[in-house]
Write a protein that binds this ligand. Structure first.
Ligand SMILES: [Cu+2]
Length: 70
């Protein structure tokens, strides 16, 4: 299991948190998704044999958010 932490811009409320969490949990190979709204941080555990950071990043953009710089 690999753990990554991403900065995500555009999350403003619990609805955004829910949207991102659900979208990422649907990717095959992701395990735990934790969002910190104050820090704009998304922590994700995933199996690197099934998915990768590019797919995860693309999904975040696909549901309407932007990746920030950590
Ligand atoms: Cu929101």
């Amino acid at each position: 299991m690999t753990q990554e932490s991403l900065i995500v811009e555009g999350m403003t409320c619990q609805h955004c948190v829910q949207t991102i969490t659900e979208a990422l949990e649907k990717i095959a190979g992701t395990n735990k998704v934790a969002v910190d709204l104050d820090k704009k941080e998304v922590q994700i555990d995933y199996n690197e044999e099934e998915t990768n950071l590019q797919e995860i990043s693309d999904k975040i953009v696909e549901v309407g958010f932007e990746l920030g710089k950590s």
